[in-house]
Design a binder for this molecule. Structure first.
Ligand SMILES: NC(=O)c1ccc[n+]([C@@H]2O[C@H](COP(=O)([O-])OP(=O)(O)OC[C@H]3O[C@@H](n4cnc5c(N)ncnc54)[C@H](O)[C@@H]3O)[C@@H](O)[C@H]2O)c1
Length: 420
């Protein structure tokens, strides 16, 4: 994969603010491209005959960390085993090893952050109620001495000793956060209140993942952090948008009143492997529709614009922000802007390229079809990331075509495996 300058991306992360977060892309890839299971048939019970259904890892140098669970198609059962080996993690001296709590750590963003923090050698505690997340996203760490997975709903108080809290717990996609709007507001408000209370008691540094949705349907383009936003307080998206706004208000209340050390990341549209396909988010929808040979659905005329950031860039930004001295909100997103229609065409081309490379003949030519626009869908959204550049020396590195290709390979492998 090449970055915006055409240089190969071999590692992600950086060494800044006294925190070395550099990790090999290949090691991370081996964690999400790891098959969940291999398949066998009744007459091939000998493990040596087990067919590796998820052929994508063949010859991969990190295949030693893959799951050995076996799916028996004949009676639709699955035998779970533990991993043969955990991926190597850095051995840090106790003075450098942090106890890090990640709420929502079994979700899309959280699981990638957990992979990074684990490989860096920290002690990671994941708190999740598995509403939209899944144990499978972090199952490769279960049993590791540095890792703990706790089922807990953040709307209830929780006590643990920790040095840093990454507070991510909150459904992030419209179908999920609108499924139970009252619960979404409770998660944003009470969940953040509880986690800030914990940060106050333990003197942990607290980072919240806020969102570009705090800008609503913006009248300013691109959006800098000091833009106050244009949000409909009673529309169907309000439970999320206003929930995050009040969560930010709470965060700065604890900062000013109680001296809690806070960080606020305003995240723009992010995509990557492990996105829940049920999310209904545009990137996963387009990729799955194109891979299945279905028509791709564009809402409205497709001239609304979006910018899409790859997950590794976001995790770089979150770790940098946590370890910096920046207490103001920081936009983390990619400014590369696409109309939704152009993006659909790009996804269709990348899927065709990957299928050609894998020798797969698509069932039919994928067409793009238009449907009516949902209520309150923002027309334009693009981050002004000057602050992230100036204070964190952070800039996105993954061009959208490179990230989409990575995600197409992930979903293609999951479709072959039959796990989505
Ligand atoms: N992905 C994006 O594009 C994006 C953009 C802006 C902001 N964000 C923010 O980043 C964070 C993570 O988003 P994501 O895309 O990984 O979403 P996700 O839905 O994949 O992950 C959210 C996680 O939080 C857990 N969760 C939800 N409610 C909970 C509760 N009450 N108690 C405990 N756990 C709970 C879910 O089970 C899930 O594991 C969210 O705070 C979201 O608002 C994401």
């Amino acid at each position: 994969m090449a970055d915006f300058n055409g240089d190969q991306i071999l590692t992600v992360g950086s060494q800044q603010f006294g925190f070395d977060s550099e990790v090999s892309v290949d090691v991370l890839r081996s964690l999400y491209l790891r098959p969940h299971y291999v398949t066998t048939s009744s007459d091939a019970e000998d493990p040596s005959e087990v067919k590796d259904h998820a052929h994508f890892l063949q010859g991969h140098q990190h295949s030693a960390y893959q799951s050995k669970s076996i799916y028996h198609a004949e009676d639709n059962t699955i035998s779970y085993t533990t991993l043969s080996r955990f991926p190597p993690v850095r051995l840090l001296p106790p003075s450098a090893r942090k106890r890090i709590l990640v709420t929502g750590g079994a979700g899309f963003v959280g699981s990638h952050l957990v992979d990074r923090l684990m490989i860096l050698g920290h002690e990671v505690h994941v708190l999740d109620n598995f509403f939209t997340g899944s144990k499978t996203t972090v199952s490769h760490w279960v049993g590791h001495p540095n890792f703990e997975l706790i089922r807990h709903d953040v709307i209830e108080p929780f006590m643990i000793e920790c040095d840093q809290i990454y507070h991510l717990a909150c459904p992030a996609s419209p179908p999920h956060y609108q499924f139970n709007a009252v619960k979404t507001i409770k998660t944003s408000f009470m969940g953040t209140l509880n986690m800030l209370g914990l940060a106050k008691r333990t003197k942990a540094r607290f980072l919240i993942t806020s969102t570009s949705e705090v800008y609503g349907d913006p009248e300013v383009h691109p959006q800098p952090e000091d833009y106050w936003g244009h949000v409909n307080p009673i529309g169907p998206r309000a439970c999320y948008d206003e929930g995050k706004r009040v969560a930010e208000t709470l965060t700065y209340g604890f900062h000013r009143q109680d001296g809690v050390d806070v960080r606020v990341a305003r995240i723009f549209n992010t995509y990557g492997p492990r996105m829940n396909p049920a999310d209904g988010r545009v990137v996963s929808n387009f990729i799955l529709q194109a891979l299945r040979g279905e028509d791709m659905t564009v809402y409205g005329d497709g001239n609304q614009t979006r910018s899409f950031q790859y997950i590794h860039d976001l995790v770089d930004g979150l770790i940098l922000l946590m370890n910096s001295n920046e207490t103001r909100p920081v936009n983390i997103g990619t400014a590369e802007e696409f109309t939704v229609l152009d993006f659909a065409k790009l996804v269709r081309d990348v899927v065709a390229k990957v299928q050609a490379e894998d020798g797969i003949k698509p069932p039919k030519k994928v067409e793009i079809v238009h449907k009516p626009m949902p209520i309150d869908d923002p027309q334009k959204r693009r981050p002004d990331t000057t602050r992230a550049k100036e204070t964190l020396d952070w800039q996105p590195r993954w061009p959208v075509a490179a990230g989409v290709e990575e995600m197409v390979r992930y979903y293609a492998a999951k479709l072959v495996e039959g796990s989505i």
